[in-house]
Design a protein around this ligand. Sequence first.
Ligand code: DGL
Length: 268
Amino acid sequence: MQNNQPIGIFDSGIGGLTVASAIHKLLPQEQLIYFGDTAHLPYGEKSPEAIKYYCLKIGQFLAQKKCKAIVIACNTASSYGFADLNEFMGDKLPVINVIDPVVNHLIEQKIYKRVGVIATKGTVKSDVYAQKLQSGDNAIEVASLATPLLVPMIEEGFFNNSISKTIINSYLSKPKLKKIDSLVLGCTHFPLIKPEIEAYYKKSIYIVDSAAIVAQHVKEVLSKKNLLSDKLEAKHHFYVSDFTHSFDKTAQLFFHEKVHLEEQNIWK
Ligand code: DGL
């Protein structure tokens, strides 16, 4: 494995670009190969078997592209597909999910004992955050709430307006989330509505945005393996399994820079 090989990142669609953006910001010399499985999104509504299969196939695609590490930039895919993909890749290349770094971060902080999680139906059903947080610290209580309207709302560009405010407030005011001291944004789309979530809580709780935490973890993993790139300029590739102009337009909002989407249908 060479240090100037790219980092592979994948998600069900373009939400994982928030994680790609944080990695790019922290490690600007790294080349990124992103794959958004737009042909199959949303993963939040898919069966665990389907998600496992998608993750294995996409992992193989990124390995063929000579990636030196794979980041599963999707909570739902991390919930169901990480274990199998990680086992499949073995010592060949590291696989990083978006859940473990956040769980470890919260456990290390030691002060958060009533953690809320908002995520897709699939992630909530997997119960992965509660299981992992409680196995690290059994004093932590976890309240997970499925918020399925938020992903299509964000993808349609509805944020920072009165409609998004109403939807966000109606989820966050649910009794389940009443006593939390921290809230995990358990979906890679949610950094785009972080300001609205912060406005709702008025700094009374800690809002955990996984993108920067995951980027830091990626840096640590690559550094330990002596795989950090020393290239000065990196040309990224952003692949999607089903191209539409709407994805092309929205992608920039997630990556914060111009993104050129290329169709690569690995399912044909
Ligand atoms: N990116 C996915 C996640 O973080 C949400 C979108 C989907 O349901 O496909 O869970």
